[in-house]
Design a protein around this ligand. Structure first.
Ligand code: VIB
Length: 224
């Protein structure tokens, strides 16, 4: 059990090797032991700022696709946290790492970044909240899992702040809230036996593709 809900555990298990390739990517192992080159980390941070803008748009779409007040509350809370706090926090992290605001704002979006965020948005545009959440889940829960493992296994202080952010209680609570939203949204639309629904295979495929695109994002990070 992952602790992020029943549906996430099922989706994670069916993603198989793709999940492992994402959460144990060489970039992640470099964060863990401090061997990740600084230039790669700064390049990743700049791309991640652009990523967060589109990710915020995807959570705004989740508000649009919500069908219950609880779903609206969960989506609007994440959207607010992203736009009000996380984007600002990210600029602060970049500045502390030696990147000016001007540099961050001028970042040219890499194709791997574009592919991932537009895949997520398209899943939401053409589908319902389930399609959108299946595409969003690897991002939210993957970082929660990576943060927890790295906090336990790290052998270096180089990226301690980054690890502490995702291992921290606040972020772990956000992962559990996303898991609760996903479980409830599935039951609301497909019933308790949602994994037997004809839609389940497609949701699994969407989750797996988003997982592969996360691994592609790490790989992009290694090539500034
Ligand atoms: C490529 C990439 N994937 C995942 C995250 C993690 N993340 C994105 S938004 C958010 C807040 C809650 O949804 C978190 C933790 C990231 N930063 N960059």
């Amino acid at each position: 059990m992952s602790g992020y809900g029943t549906a996430f555990s099922l989706l994670r298990a069916q993603a198989g090797d793709a999940w492992r390739d994402y959460t144990r990517h060489a970039f992640v192992e470099g964060l863990k032991d401090g061997t990740l080159p600084r230039a790669a980390f700064l390049h990743y941070l700049r791309q991640d700022y652009v990523f967060l803008i589109h990710f915020s748009r995807a959570w705004a779409l989740a508000v649009v696709k919500a069908e219950t007040h609880d779903e609206m509350l969960a989506a609007v809370a994440t959207l607010n946290a992203l736009v009000t706090d996380e984007l600002k926090l990210h600029i602060g992290i970049c500045e502390a790492a030696g990147l000016s605001q001007a540099e961050v704002f001028a970042t040219k979006e890499r194709p791997e970044n574009l592919a991932y965020t537009r895949f997520v948005l398209e899943a939401g545009y053409s589908g319902d909240l389930l399609d959108l959440l299946a595409a969003l889940a690897p991002c939210v829960m993957g970082y929660g899992e990576i943060g927890t493992r790295l906090a336990a296994e790290t052998t270096s202080d180089s990226y301690a702040d980054w690890i502490a952010t995702y291992a921290g209680a606040e972020y772990q609570e956000a992962c559990r809230a996303a898991g609760t939203l996903l479980d409830a949204a599935l039951i609301h639309r497909l019933g308790a036996d949602y994994a037997s629904s004809p839609r389940w295979d497609r949701l699994c495929r969407t989750f797996r593709t988003a997982t592969e695109l996360e691994a592609g994002f790490w790989q992009m990070g290694l090539t500034p």
